[in-house]
Design a protein around this ligand. Structure first.
Ligand code: HEC
Length: 436
């Protein structure tokens, strides 16, 4: 076990979610943009329209700077944030999928060098070669998504992996194909939104009209296909996740998904009909709308995985919930119940390992940090604040609070309490002290 990263009012998870949501824009742009770009470039050559190359150049520069500078920074940001927010979760993924990531990074290197080659050879090598570079980039960048989606979907639905421990048993799980399909459709919508924004900066009206029309068609089609894929994805979800969808996913998030989806469809339709009336400011507003839609979708995906960070294996609070026999991994609840969480966790201040009358509340707070803070901040405001939860149940009696802790694993979205009876009493006393 590792130290806890406490982020007051926000929680470590939300810091990670903010970085990850932002990252989806450049990452999906990086895998989708080149398909539109190569299409326009081919059109420019076939129809002798050099004016279209102005778009190709501008769009590639956006790709280079936004996707490969900000995308790479936020990608590394996800690694840092995830490593401190949930070290054991990341460790679990690395121990199973290190070769998946290694493979992804081979393609990633081709992609990162490819974008520079593509940008700086435009107009300097013959057209066929340049288009080939574009195609190589488009395909290799998409393959990075083909790989990463296996690891991401594994966290929600690990397939047969808990029984077999097999790499591909977890990789090609029940939600893999619908999620890959969904991300592929969405990447076209995201890339199209940026293409429209870039096209608003073109000097030539003819080029502007053509690019905005083309991009909005790609975006509209992408969103329609995405809605089919979303339906398929929902059907593939584990039963427990479908239950959580109705139980803990706030209506606001569901509204966010549908409102963003509807607004983007209307935007693409309008852009298709009146391409020259789209200006830069509304085009940027459309990117914000995308952000809201992505935030809502990704937060929902995180919530329906509760109480796990890796389903059927590791709880969000990093306690191992189940035996994974083929990997020699043992569930920890029984052991922690016997030895105590304050003794099993290495990063507990020495004075708190033994609970006394003098340190009971402090020890209770430490246990809450270790076992609850992945999903509840301890402050009065923020992510599911523990003081608000306690108020909701009007806990004033430590014995009642203790009973709730005993029953905690009965909530479909919370891991069971792990610890000795004395620790449970200390946490119960701390919870009651929050109800003021
Ligand atoms: C995996 C995430 C997760 C962890 C870890 C977790 N909780 Fe929760 N808890 C939730 C969710 C989700 C809710 C529902 C919140 C809501 O209704 O908005 C909740 C609700 C509660 C409630 C209100 C009960 C209700 O009516 O739903 C209490 C009390 C509570 N949690 C206490 C705790 C304590 C104490 C711990 C640590 C021992 C803990 N939780 C750990 C996710 C978690």
């Amino acid at each position: 076990m590792y130290p806890i990263w406490e982020v007051p009012h926000l929680s470590a998870g939300i810091v990670l979610a903010l970085i990850a949501t932002f990252h989806i824009l450049p990452s999906h742009l990086s895998v989708g943009a080149m398909w539109i770009n190569v299409y326009i470039e081919t059109k420019a050559y076939r129809e002798s329209r050099p004016d279209l190359l102005e778009f190709v150049k501008k769009y590639t520069l956006l790709l280079l700077v936004f996707a490969y500078v900000f995308g790479s920074l936020s990608g590394v940001g996800i690694w840092y944030a995830a490593t401190v927010a949930n070290p054991r979760g990341i460790s679990g993924l690395i121990h199973n999928y290190v070769w998946g990531w290694a493979t992804e990074w081979v393609f990633f290197i081709v992609e990162v060098t490819g974008i520079f080659i593509y940008y700086y050879t435009l107009g300097k090598v013959d057209r066929r070669t340049h288009l080939k570079i574009g195609w190589i980039f488009a395909v290799t960048s998409w393959i990075t998504m083909v790989i990463i989606t296996g690891i991401l979907s594994f966290m929600l639905s690990p397939g047969k992996w808990p029984e077999t421990g097999g790499f591909f048993d977890g990789f090609f799980n029940q939600t893999y194909w619908p999620q890959l399909f969904l991300r592929t459709a969405v990447m076209f919508a995201i890339s199209a939104t940026y293409a429209v924004a870039v096209a608003t900066r073109l000097k030539n009206d003819e080029a502007k009209r053509l690019v905005i029309r083309t991009a909005s068609q790609w975006g509209f089609a992408g969103l329609l296909i995405a809605s089919g894929a979303l339906f398929w994805y929902l059907k593939a979800l584990p039963e427990a996740s479908i239950g959580l969808m109705g139980m803990i996913v706030p209506q606001g998030l569901k509204n966010g998904i549908f409102a963003a989806w509807g607004a983007m469809l209307a935007y693409f339709l309008f852009a298709r009909l009146k391409p020259l009336s789209i200006k830069l400011v509304p085009a940027i507003a459309a990117i914000m709308v995308l952000f809201i839609g992505i935030w809502s979708t990704e937060r929902t995906r995180e919530m329906i995985r509760k109480p796990y960070v890796i389903s059927s294996y590791l709880y969000s609070n990093q306690v191992i919930g189940k035996d994974i026999a083929p990997k020699g991994v043992k569930a920890e609840i029984a052991r922690i119940n016997k030895e105590g969480i304050l003794r099993v966790s290495p990063f507990v201040p020495d004075g708190l390992r033994e609970i006394t009358d003098g340190n009971r509340l402090q020890a209770g707070r430490m246990i809450a940090l270790i076992e609850c803070s992945a999903c509840h901040v301890l402050d009065k405001t923020g992510l599911r604040p523990l003081p608000q939860m306690v108020k909701k149940l009007n806990l004033t009696d430590a014995a009642v609070a203790g009973n709730i802790l005993t029953a905690l694993g009965g909530f479909p979205y919370m891991p069971p309490f792990a610890g000795t009876e004395a620790e449970k009493a200390a946490l119960a006393a701390f919870l009651v002290s929050l109800n003021k």
